[in-house]
Ligand binder design. Structure first.
Ligand code: SF4
Length: 412
């Protein structure tokens, strides 16, 4: 059995994670033309399984290809989009849709394709005999390697999976119980990364400063320092609290920053305000107020960090709150922060899926123009992406004759 890993433009980190636990046992071949490559391999008598790792932007861009490939060859698809909307992918012909930890699902999928097991693979959705079937849920410990030698991809090291918060625009918390990678395992991986020339060690964590937290909400300063120190001793140069291990404002405390500053390479810290409307913060289940973000900015600046504050424009139902959010962003800039401006992207699998974004408000555009040097992000691109997702799902609704997965209600 050969595994054809479909790579796209960009880092392909999800695919590296997917094949890492398999590549010692099965041959993994990268492909950018899965039909031609699978056809050539089949002609040589090889059995193939084609793998996709799909974010929602990748899905809307390549969904026709996915359906076309899945109509000819067995396909297993995972990634956040698969977890968020498995039914549409299964209806498009994907044979195995991975909705949970891929480390448990993919080896079982391969065994099933080889005829070595009948049982449905764990964490997997299939349509068989016209019925949707789901394998049992199984949560793994974070013990698997995080890089792929077959694909030569060394992604950031995932140190924490899932989240104890429940923000309405986010899908991360649906990944089951919060788990942390043990320090020894992180260090062993860091040594490999350093030896292969990847000495800048970035981490993946839903909330960077909550690594090792006992309740998933209170920073564990000892665990943070111990991890960072050990990575430094392994020859790595760790980054924490910045993409892709952004943190939450309540975790940006003097204790945490003073303790970790000697060990981390970054002086930028990213955390979210999202909106300055207390009403919307509650509706989004953010569990912090605007004052917590101001406090975090003050603390970060006083200890020599540059805070980068995430804000989402276009949240469903935000119209009356735009002016106050813009005013707050100006205040944060005057306190020394940068703003990372996002436009709301409807993502399957989140509580806000099904809600239409509020139209891009001109006050945001004016703000971005006024503060060009202090505002980051992909505002225009995300407006476009948001529209594309809605359009794609309108088309899918017609094509699949199902209203189930279409964002169709208006903002309230
Ligand atoms: S936005 Fe951050 S804090 Fe909220 S659920 Fe997602 S990962 Fe957790």
């Amino acid at each position: 059995m050969l595994l054809l890993a479909r790579l796209f433009e960009g880092p392909n980190n999800g695919m590296a994670y997917a094949v890492a636990p398999l590549e010692d046992k099965y041959k993994v071949i990268p492909t950018r033309d899965p039909i031609a490559d699978a056809r050539a391999l089949k002609a040589r008598g090889e059995e193939v399984l084609i793998l996709y790792s799909l974010s929602t932007p990748t899905f809307v861009e390549h969904r026709r290809e996915v359906a076309e490939v899945a109509s000819r060859f067995p396909v297993a698809a995972g990634g956040p989009h698969a977890a968020g909307d498995p039914i549409t992918l299964a209806k498009l012909g994907v044979k195995y849709v991975v909705v949970g930890d891929g480390e448990a699902a993919l080896p079982a999928i391969v065994e099933r394709e080889l005829g070595l097991r009948d049982e449905l693979p764990p964490n997997t959705v299939v349509i068989e005999d016209g019925r949707v079937k789901t394998g049992r849920r199984f949560y793994v410990e974070l013990v698997y390697k995080t890089y792929s030698e077959a694909l030569s991809i060394y992604p950031p090291i995932e140190i924490m999976r899932s989240c104890n918060y429940r923000c309405a625009f986010c899908q991360t918390w649906t990944q089951g119980p919060v788990r942390y990678r043990l320090e020894d395992n992180v260090v062993a991986l860091a040594k490999v990364y350093v030896a292969r020339g990847h000495g800048d060690i970035r981490f993946i964590a839903p909330v960077g400063f909550l690594y090792g937290s006992e309740d998933g909400k209170t920073p564990n300063v000892d665990a943070l320092v111990s991890l960072l120190k050990a990575v430094r001793e392994a020859g790595g140069w760790p980054y924490l609290g910045t993409f892709p291990s952004e943190t939450r404002p309540e975790t940006v405390t003097r204790d945490v920053l003073r303790a970790i500053k000697p060990y981390i390479a970054n002086r930028r810290l990213s955390f979210g305000l999202q909106t300055a409307s207390e009403r919307l913060l509650k509706a989004m289940k953010r569990v912090h107020d605007v004052a917590a973000v101001e406090e975090a900015v003050r603390t970060a600046v006083s200890i020599g960090f540059r805070p980068v504050v995430d804000v989402i424009g276009g949240l469903p139902g935000e119209e009356e709150d735009v002016a106050s959010t813009v005013k707050e962003m100006e205040k944060l800039i005057s306190m020394g922060a940068l703003i990372r401006m996002h436009y709301f992207i409807p993502l399957p699998g989140t509580p806000l899926w099904g809600r239409r974004p509020a139209p891009p408000h001109p006050l945001y555009g004016d703000f971005i123009k006024r503060h060009r040097k202090k505002v980051e992000g992909y505002w225009e691109e995300q407006i476009e992406l948001s529209r594309k997702i809605l359009k794609t799902y309108e088309e899918l609704r017609a094509y699949l004759r199902t209203p189930l997965t279409t964002p169709n209600s208006s903002a309230s």
